[in-house]
Design a protein around this ligand. Structure first.
Ligand code: SF4
Length: 382
């Protein structure tokens, strides 16, 4: 079953670390909603007959800046043109400042059944540094409202590794999340993305990023705290209580097909070789203009060979707790890692970065997870 992703390109203000595509200027969303509906209809004519839809995901930007009636209009177009009879999960990203009880009840009544709340931190000084619109109180209120509105599947994002964030603050963020009994937590180390306001401050020497060792220690703290509180660490950035893993993301890590709608959205489709990946233009006006003429707003596309897919599969699977299935890698992607990387596998195992299970699976140890990218690089076929 395929996934559908919707990029809602609006934000109230710019967070200093963010390099996603968004605009902060529009109050009227009507042309965008019409454009995304055209895009949905256009793709449905080519793709809807191949597979039913398994998951929907609204990200951004800030989906919670959509009015309920705008969301309804997008969803009704999806239901009209795709087979949504088997949808298992509809995730919607919400920023705390938008998460009134009334709004959350409205979107629930439209079929949203999983919330991803952009908390980032429960400390006001962290939130101010990050340029977030909300404060600690509204973060906690958003969580309470999500519970009152009847959302069982709730996730929050938390960021670590801010220059002035103390270890104690990070520990308290994690403890508070556990106390509030949030079933899914995503943790991200702050990264300095090029051309963001934060990157500029780093270039000017006004902000000193934390070093890699501190990042690893804070990440280790997250693993220790959350695993003690019975969260499964099922992907590098994702922790879930039993039964609360993200279905949409889980499928993405298994090379399931998905179509992305909205400016800057990415799509992946694999039905015979080569597989295709494409991305939309990162400009709302151009996106709307293309779709006004019923033209696909594609900016870049690439064909992926089996070798490229194999490398990607290794990268994606090593991030997961199920690990890299060597049999699938050989049968589906034609790569026999036990032959081509036998020395690296032995070395990584003896250094306790990975576990290999009966020569069938490679799984990162907690130590390996702290240097996931470098372990992955060592296992990619030449
Ligand atoms: S709200 Fe999200 S998408 Fe918008 S600027 Fe902040 S981090 Fe980026």
């Amino acid at each position: 079953m395929a996934g559908l992703y919707f990029h809602i390109p609006y934000c109230t203000q710019r967070c200093v670390y963010c390099d996603f595509y968004f605009v902060t200027t529009r109050k009227v969303h009507t042309p965008f909603v019409q454009a995304i509906r055209n895009e949905i209809e256009g793709y449905a004519t080519e793709y809807a007959n191949y597979e039913p839809i398994g998951t929907l995901y609204f990200g951004g930007g800030t989906p919670s800046l959509l009015l309920p009636e705008e969301l309804e209009s997008i969803l009704s177009t999806v239901h009209e043109h795709f087979d949504t009879s088997q949808v298992e999960e509809v995730t919607f990203e919400v920023n705390p400042e938008d998460a009134s009880l009334e709004y959350l009840r409205d979107i629930k009544s439209l079929g949203v059944d999983r919330l991803s709340i952009g908390i980032q931190s429960f400390f006001d000084d962290d939130l101010t540094f990050l340029g977030r619109c909300h404060d600690s109180k509204s973060a906690q209120n958003a969580i309470k409202n999500s519970e009152k509105a009847g959302f069982e599947k709730r996730s929050i994002d938390l960021i670590f590794g801010l220059p002035d964030q103390t270890e104690n603050q990070w520990a308290m963020n994690l403890e508070l999340a556990c106390e509030m009994d949030i079933p899914h937590i995503s943790t991200y180390g702050l990264t300095i993305e090029e051309k963001t306001p934060l990157w500029k401050q780093v270039q000017l020497g006004n902000v000193i990023p934390v070093d890699e060792e501190t990042h690893s220690e804070l990440f280790q703290m997250a693993m220790d705290t959350l695993q003690k509180s019975e969260y499964e660490h099922y992907e590098i950035s994702s922790f879930a209580r039993r039964g609360y893993r993200s279905v949409h993301n889980h499928r993405y890590w298994s090379h399931v097909n998905y179509i992305g709608f909205g400016p800057s959205a990415h799509s992946f489709w694999w039905r015979g070789l080569p597989a295709r990946r494409w991305s939309n233009v990162r400009n709302l006006n151009r996106y709307q203009a293309f779709l006004g003429d019923h033209v696909r707003p594609i900016d870049e596309q690439e064909n992926l060979s089996l070798d490229a897919l194999a490398r990607e599969y290794i990268m994606l699977r090593l991030r997961t707790s199920e690990g890299l299935d060597l049999k699938i890698l050989e049968e589906r992607y034609g790569v026999d890692l036990l032959t081509c990387k036998i020395d690296e596998l032995a070395l990584l195992e003896s250094s306790e970065f990975i576990l290999t299970i009966r020569n069938q699976k490679v799984i990162l140890s907690d130590l390996g997870k702290t240097i996931c990218n470098s372990v992955t690089q060592r296992l990619l076929p030449d």
